[in-house]
Design a protein around this ligand. Structure first.
Ligand SMILES: NC(=O)C1=CN([C@@H]2O[C@H](COP(=O)(O)OP(=O)(O)OC[C@H]3O[C@@H](n4cnc5c(N)ncnc54)[C@H](OP(=O)(O)O)[C@@H]3O)[C@@H](O)[C@H]2O)C=CC1
Ligand SMILES: CCCCCCCCCCCCCCCC(=O)[C@@H](N)CO
Length: 331
């Protein structure tokens, strides 16, 4: 009898939390007529994000370096606008990783046509996998410049405006490799972990200004960038990252955009993504009561799960090493 009462109270408690959660979460924001700037919007996840944003009626600026790919993407994205409005998408060609002044100038130009940037989605990035000793030293700098400094530059270019208007949403696209380190990603993972330090610190600074950050941790996603990275990925890196599956850019983009509109700090995709976000939540801001309860309930048990995963990953790395050794011997 008591068992049933305890169980029923527990279920009622979770239900109340679930129902109360939206009341305690940040308010939803409208994409319709907003100016959304997507870095890396000419390809992959960024392009899918841009398509979803125009479908919701937003004015979208896509930013990347290669002009031809930008023009092609502008054409594709425009075809998804609700009223066939070709004026809803503009392109900006700039290298985000190097010169802040250039970035600032190009963003001002984008704002002069579409109005103040209300959503900044930092998606430009790339991955160069390889074993630590095989990667040129310059790669470590390059990863930080492209994956981390690009986000710093773009965010600096919009933050003053957002603060003065007391509105805005900023997204950093990290990766599951920004939640755990895995072999073959020494330079890439470090640049994606860096985004988390930036996001947590900045969120605390800008919460009083009603600006929300979303930090997204996608798994492997089927994009041109992913195809490129597969060409040089060590065998063990492939085997380990395959664990959490391969997702479509549309699915990943939809999740990121939903979480952004809801003002969620963490954005993850899939079951492994959900487990990882609970396990690695650390001192990150909690953006819904339900999320906080899940973290408290599951963190400990997911740590046990992660120890089994780690053991499995170590085995993969060891087997690949033994295979390589044997191949060398037979030569
Ligand atoms: N695909 C995946 O498996 C996963 C990807 N991610 C992350 O998601 C993001 C997007 O990945 P994905 O869609 O695969 O990438 P893609 O390679 O398909 O697209 C990358 C985009 O970023 C732009 N870009 C790259 N460098 C710069 C730069 N210096 N300045 C301006 N624009 C730049 C590219 O255009 P251009 O080259 O013309 O400049 C392109 O538009 C990346 O940050 C990636 O790390 C995270 C987890 C998984
Ligand atoms: C509770 C424990 C759960 C553990 C689950 C562990 C799953 C680990 C998988 C790591 C996948 C890394 C993908 C990186 C994708 C990426 O960023 C590149 N493809 C970029 O191009």
């Amino acid at each position: 009898m008591w068992m049933w009462i305890i169980l029923a109270s527990f279920i009622a408690f979770i239900l109340i939390l679930y129902l109360a959660s939206p009341l305690l979460s940040p308010p939803l924001v409208e994409l319709k007529d907003a100016h959304v700037l997507v870095t890396g919007g000419s390809s992959g996840i960024g392009k899918s994000l841009a398509i979803l944003a125009v479908k919701s009626g937003a004015k979208v600026t896509i930013v990347a370096r290669n002009k031809d790919r930008l023009l092609e993407a502008q054409h594709d994205i425009s075809s998804h606008t609700n009223n066939g409005n070709k004026e809803q998408v503009q392109i900006v060609s700039v290298d985000l990783s190097s010169d802040f002044e250039e970035v600032q100038k190009s963003f001002s130009k984008a704002e002069s046509t579409f109005g103040p940037i209300q959503f900044l989605i930092n998606c430009a990035g790339t991955s160069i996998p390889g074993r630590f000793e095989d990667l040129p030293i310059s790669t470590f700098q390059k990863m930080l410049d492209i994956n981390y400094m690009s986000a710093v530059h773009a965010t600096r270019a919009v933050i003053k405006g957002m603060k003065s208007r007391c509105e805005g949403r900023i997204v950093f696209v990290s990766s599951q490799a920004g939640q755990l380190g895995l072999c073959g990603f020494t330079s890439y993972s470090a640049s994606k972990f860096a985004l988390r330090g930036l996001a947590e610190s900045l969120q605390m600074e800008i919460t009083p200004y009603n600006i929300r950050l979303t930090l997204a941790f996608p798994p492997d996603t089927n994009t041109p960038g992913f195809e490129e990275e597969q060409k040089t990925k060590p065998e063990e890196t492939k085997l380990i990252s395959e664990t959490s599956g391969l997702f479509s850019p549309e699915k990943v983009a939809q999740t990121i955009l939903d979480d952004t509109v809801r003002g969620r700090f963490f954005s993850s995709v899939g079951l492994d993504g959900w487990m990882l976000s609970n396990l690695t939540c650390g001192f990150s801001p909690s953006t819904s009561l339900m999320e906080a309860v899940q973290q408290v309930l599951f963190m400990g048990s997911f740590r046990i799960v992660s120890i089994f995963y780690l053991n499995h990953f170590d085995k993969i790395v060891k087997e690949c090493k033994l295979r390589r050794d044997a191949e060398l011997k037979n030569r």
